[in-house]
Write a protein that binds this ligand. Sequence first.
Ligand code: GAP
Length: 486
Amino acid sequence: MSKITKLEDIVSLCKRRGFIFQSSEIYGGLASCYDYGPFGVELKNNVKKAWWKTIVQMRDDIVGLDCSILMHPMVWKSSGHADKFADLIAECKKCNTRTRVDHLVDAKQEHTGHASIDVQKTNDLTGKVCPNCGAVGKFTDPMPFRLMFETQMGANVEDSMTLFLRPETAQGIFANFRNVLDTARVKVPFGIAQIGKSFRNEVTTKAFTFRTREFEQAEIEFFCEPGTDENWYEHWKETRFNWYTSLGIKKENLRFREHAKDELAHYAKACVDIEYKFPLGSGDWQELEGIANRTDFDLRQHQRGMRTLNSWYETKGDLSKITLKDEAEDYKSGPLSFFDEEKKCRYIPYVIEPSAGMDRSVLAFLVDAYDEEEVRGETRNLLRFHPAIAPIKAAVFPLVKKDGMPEIAEAIHKDLRKYFRCSYDEKGAVGRRYRRQDEAGTPFCVTVDGQTLTDKTVTVRDRDSMEQIRVSADQLLAYLRQKLEI
Ligand code: GAP
């Protein structure tokens, strides 16, 4: 059971141990933007590597991609984001704070569940409380608020163009579907995976890195034959749930939440969230990853968008004046279709999309790994990270700073660091050095002692059990590498 019970505990742990800092802190900070510190960047990189390894490296049916954040504005017209990607918000007439309508709570209610943004149901805000000033029922009528950030491309006024920072990495994958199909020797069923930054001008933040305006997503668009989509949906639910538990998240802190029919996005046939029991004030279950059956919606939309490109030039890029052309009658043979050589037929593939947040994953791994225990009358604080994601894999110490021990320990450290992130520490009593590493979540501590000088063995201490074994120095690398894999 994690000993972290409040959001403030996580924030303070992350700051104290150099995992996550407020962005631009020396200037008072920038709301909802965060920087990963020396341990945080290692942890996050390792989480991303673990995702890439299981999703791309270890499967034959998925290839990777790294798309540009800035894309042609028609991408967002076709995907629906330009017209529809908005939150419904209401402004408090007393303090002028704007809040997402689905985040407003009743005067009697403790916290929100997952409400759908339905204007009919949410128009009545009479019993709702302003989270900023506490006024009850003092809201304006709900209004849509566009979540995409805009920016300008081009130096000259006459040819500059308004672009959007991508609000999801998924659309870059759809826009490259044809390129990948033509170059990567793939055939349906197959997936395209990508990790990258996304941006949303979120209305409600204040939940540390859980909901930020700049965040990193790891998404798979898995293309399959219509009719096989429900099986692939089940496959991805199981695969993605097991990924979290295989990296150490406790099963009791994870669950599925299947979306009700009236909650589904207009394009989705089914959607499930993998939720983690975050200690965010109310102790709510919160979304870590969404897995959606997006049907053939996106590829069909982009085919319509490609047919509408002329309007982009005619309207000088004014998306609000563009209406997507209807689908061609033979849309199933369109430029984003797939020809099945064996069955000799063409179709637009269905898509199963597992979409994970890397910042939320890092937060969940941190919270889940945190532990405190009593050892000989003292409290030991530690982070029980799976070795594959631990920021530092091994720390090397000389037991004492004499008798040639520092030289041997430094040589071991220099050798190990060619393969993974290690640290060297010779300061203070060895017990204190172990504690420092426990706090950073380092799974192994290697100590050079008197016996090393005679038999060339070192001790390897396991962070979780605190047990020590002797390993021959020339077997150390192989021993550690085997323990560090997923
Ligand atoms: N392409 C589908 C898509 O983007 P989403 O549910 O909006 O779906 C997927 O986002 C995941 O991205 C979420 O489960 C969450 O982990 C992460 N995410 C979304 N918005 C976020 C935000 N503002 N801050 C941090 N992570 C976010």
